[in-house]
Write a protein that binds this ligand. Structure first.
Ligand code: LMR
Length: 396
């Protein structure tokens, strides 16, 4: 049976990591997958994570199953991070959360939940969006539709195009929004734009679903939640898929969360009962370690401070690399204006490089970039910057 199969294509992002690992050229640079690198080009375990793991090694007493939605303490800590302590949603028990294996696990559970209960609803995603979104939603049986998001020509948000389309989305459909640090463009709405988006979404009775994978990588933990919190209005429903891969550096622990906000506590509990079925039929119950680490950090004041400091250091290193990238290209005499890179947020930017240029960078210079031209700014370092910019100049 299997010999008759056609080979499937490699994954657009993770397939690039495989190819990068096989590349024997010493000077190779990986700006593909969204993984943070220090100036020394390593991805170390955060100090707060190591400290939490030491605590857990002593205190953990069983490896018995977690409940289907994971540990209650972790889920409560996630809700505080999303909404802020004492938020009306928390006070009124309007939100329920499950620990999922990464943000991808959250998206898949959300998709199964939605498709099982509302098979006729479509999900609307930004054009462009994360390379895996469409595949996850379609695998769950959802119909995916695009809304305009990025204006490639003017390197900014296509805000008018976005709103115009959202105004014609059928009532009850789902709209996927990136909470901050839009992947792949790095272009986020400003606060006024978030307000306007929330107005249209709720006016048309759409169900907003946030993919929130980079909290703390844009402007700060609170600042990056500002867009999402515009949607946290009394009586309004929403869904949030969180990832802690990046902001806790817990990539291989698969630590994420799926949160449903109901109109009231009754709606939330009913949704929760269905969420649990979606989890049970996917992976039964989550692995414990990553969430236990995140919970320990979020609820222990010294660890929390250490983590926030480490997160701030990652954020400012990325911002420095954005500026250095633009400055280095200018210093090397590249005339094309790349200043838009400094207006984009988080790990990623759209470089504007074409598929051919991306291929040339890989073949001739051992520089790996996603085919769409998305670059992982967090993979730039002071020591690879000159080589990177020289190569880009050569392919432009
Ligand atoms: C990315 O977009 O590079 C990350 O979210 C990693 C992944 O799983 O694709």
């Amino acid at each position: 049976m299997f010999n008759k199969l056609e080979m499937a294509p490699p994954d657009a992002i993770l397939g690039l990591t495989d190819a990068f690992k096989k590349d024997t050229r010493a000077e190779k640079i990986n700006l593909g997958v969204g993984v943070y690198k220090t100036a020394e080009n390593t991805t170390p375990i955060l100090g707060a994570v190591k400290a939490a793991e030491r605590l857990l090694l002593e205190s953990e007493s069983t490896k018995s199953y977690l409940p289907i939605p994971g540990a209650a303490g972790y889920c409560a800590a996630v809700r505080e991070l999303l909404f802020g302590a004492g938020h009306e949603i928390i006070a009124n028990d309007r939100a329920v959360t499950a620990h999922t294996p990464g943000g991808t696990g959250a998206l898949r559970v959300a998709s199964d939940f939605l498709h099982t209960l509302y098979p006729e609803k479509q999900i609307w995603v930004s054009n462009p969006t994360w390379a895996n979104h469409n595949a996850i939603f379609m695998a769950a049986g959802l119909t995916v539709q695009p809304y305009p998001y990025y204006d490639y020509e003017n390197t900014c948000l296509d805000f008018d195009g976005m709103l115009t389309t959202l105004k014609i989305v059928p009532e009850g459909d789902i709209v996927l929004l990136h909470g901050c640090c839009h992947n792949p463009s790095g272009m986020d709405p400003d606060l006024d734009q978030w307000k306007a988006i929330a107005e249209v979404v709720y006016e048309r009775n759409l169900l907003p679903m946030f993919d929130f994978a980079y909290q703390g990588f844009g402007d700060g933990l609170e600042e990056d939640a500002a867009g999402l919190r515009h949607f946290c209005q009394p009586g309004k429903e929403l869904l949030i898929c969180s990832s802690f891969s990046k902001n806790f550096g817990l990539y291989n622990e698969r630590c994420g969360a799926f949160t449903i906000v109901g109109a009231d506590a009754d709606g939330a509990q009913k949704a929760y009962s269905h969420m649990k079925i979606a989890i049970r039929t996917n992976y039964s119950n989550p692995p414990s370690h990553g969430a236990a680490v995140a919970e320990a950090i979020l609820t222990t004041p010294e660890l929390r401070q250490q983590w926030e400091d480490e997160l701030a250091a990652m954020r400012s290193r990325i911002a420095e690399m954005r500026q250095s990238f633009v400055d280095t290209l200018a210093r090397l005499g590249v005339e094309q204006d790349f200043s838009f890179i400094t207006r984009q947020k988080g790990m990623f930017s759209f470089s504007g490089l074409t598929k051919d240029q991306v291929n040339q960078l890989r073949e001739e210079f051992a520089i790996y970039i996603v085919g769409s031209g998305r670059i992982n700014v967090a993979g730039m370092t002071p020591s690879n910057m000159d080589r990177l910019c020289t190569a880009i100049k050569a392919v432009l």
